[in-house]
Design a protein. Structure first.
Length: 122
């Protein structure tokens, strides 16, 4: 019986009763992957997700979004696909402003763990 599961070499994968080890993530996939500056990468990803959602909610074409954001269409295409190289947080904030959003930054002491450096975008 073919269960549709394939292994990496393309052959069928055997189903076993062996337990599977699953590691719980940290909440930041960029840190889990060992990428540099994971907090910054996560913040940018969350901002781009918000930008993508606003463009979709308004049913903007990429060309119209480009005009609004002061970019060209290929750059909007790359941005909404998560290509954030070369974009600072400040620039992403300005894109959100151009889409009618108010960006607020709140800074307060981390009472639970003074060493933690988390960035949360709401």
């Amino acid at each position: 019986m073919n269960n549709g599961l394939k292994n990496r070499s393309g052959g069928e994968k055997a189903i076993t009763d062996e337990p599977v080890c699953i590691d719980r993530g940290s909440g930041n996939v960029f840190a889990d992957l060992g990428l540099p500056n994971p907090d910054l990468a996560l913040a940018k990803a969350e901002l781009v997700q918000r930008i993508r959602d606003l463009i979709a909610e308004r049913k903007l074409t990429q060309a119209k979004a480009a005009k609004l954001l002061g970019l060209d269409q290929p750059k909007v295409s790359a941005l909404v696909r998560g290509r954030v190289e070369g974009y600072t947080l400040d620039r992403l904030f300005r894109f959100l402003n151009a889409l009618g959003q108010r960006v607020e930054i709140t800074v307060h002491p981390n009472e639970k763990n003074a060493e933690a450096r988390a960035v949360v975008v709401t």
